[in-house]
Design a protein around this ligand. Structure first.
Ligand SMILES: NC(=O)c1ccc[n+]([C@@H]2O[C@H](COP(=O)([O-])OP(=O)(O)OC[C@H]3O[C@@H](n4cnc5c(N)ncnc54)[C@H](O)[C@@H]3O)[C@@H](O)[C@H]2O)c1
Length: 286
């Protein structure tokens, strides 16, 4: 399916994810406005977006000189800057109260037909929709990190989300050259639920001495063509991050997501994966 990018896109929060999302829509021809909480964060977001653009020019994904496309990219500290946007994607930190407040303020600044999306990786879309005036125009757009290198976007459909919004979202995801999967709002959506299930079982197998970490990963990499095995993936994501998601899924979905003791122990010891130099593997570069 091919699609057309919205003419004007807003991104709230220009951090790691927001900058990548802004870049994806800029590359697809949209005008993009990133709104940040203060002037220095807005400057930092602009540096991040321009850095991603520069790397995509080096890779040949964007024409040289493209960075000069002046007015296509703006930053602001005023949510009112979203007034003309067809689509606004919220990418502020994963904090329920922060997101609820930010989404309500963005919605109040949007024109009525516009779509509001959240890039939350774990908070229920229906919970976030509860504080909105137009929940039918709200949808989850879950991007993956790093955005430029990830082919997938999960479209997370709330109980109130309009079918037309889902269809529009499919078109926009296609327009930025990514593939959408459509998931009903549920704990862990599709990606985290399946990824964490495999990761936790791999940790239990290591705990039980079934095989070494390298052999468990090789079984999935070579036997099932996973590009990266479940234990190495856990090291890359961060053991603390995975433990947090497992605890949420445990509470929502029951015992099959109970975090293994080995995961708790490694996190308590500060072995969080690549970022600390040790997880299930030793890492020389963070
Ligand atoms: N990092 C990942 O691997 C990843 C992957 C998928 C989804 N997500 C989700 O994306 C969202 C953002 O994560 P991130 O890693 O980009 O975080 P981040 O901390 O890098 O960026 C968050 C940005 O939001 C800004 N911000 C904070 N409060 C704000 C406010 N009130 N108004 C405007 N801007 C504000 C911060 O200044 C910062 O630049 C989270 O919901 C996270 O769960 C993250």
């Amino acid at each position: 399916m091919s699609g057309r990018a919205p003419a004007r896109v807003g991104v709230l929060g220009g951090g790691r994810m927001g900058a990548g999302i802004a870049h994806a829509f800029l590359l697809a021809g949209a005008h993009v406005t990133v709104v940040e909480r203060d002037a220095s964060s807005a400057d930092a977001a602009a540096v991040r977006v321009r850095g991603i653009i520069a790397r995509s020019i080096e890779r040949g994904d964007a024409p040289p000189g493209w960075i000069e496309r002046g007015d296509a990219f703006t930053t602001s500290t005023e949510i009112a800057a979203f007034a003309a946007c067809e689509l606004v994607i919220e990418a502020v930190p994963e904090d329920r109260a922060l997101k609820a407040d930010a989404l309500a303020r963005v919605e109040a600044a949007q024109r009525p037909g516009a779509v509001l999306a959240s890039n939350t990786s774990s908070i229920s879309i229906d919970d976030l929709a509860a504080g909105l005036q137009r929940p039918e125009r709200f949808v989850g757009l879950h991007f993956f990190n790093p955005v430029p290198a990830s082919a997938l976007v999960e479209i997370v459909v709330g109980a109130s989300t309009d079918d037309a919004v889902v269809e529009a979202a499919r078109g926009w995801v296609a327009a930025i050259g990514k593939t959408a999967v459509v998931v009903r709002d549920s704990p862990g959506f599709a990606s985290s639920r399946l990824g964490v299930a495999l990761g936790l079982e791999a940790i239990r197998m290591l705990e039980e001495g079934v095989a070494s970490a390298a052999d468990i990963d090789a079984a999935m990499e070579l036997g099932y063509r996973h590009p990266v095995g479940p234990l190495r993936t856990t090291d890359l994501v961060g053991l603390d991050v995975r433990l947090g998601i497992a605890e949420e899924l445990h509470a929502a979905l029951g015992e099959r997501f109970a975090p293994p003791q080995l995961l708790r122990t490694l996190v308590a010891q500060g072995h969080l994966g690549r970022k600390t130099g040790r997880g299930f593997y030793e890492w020389s570069t963070p």
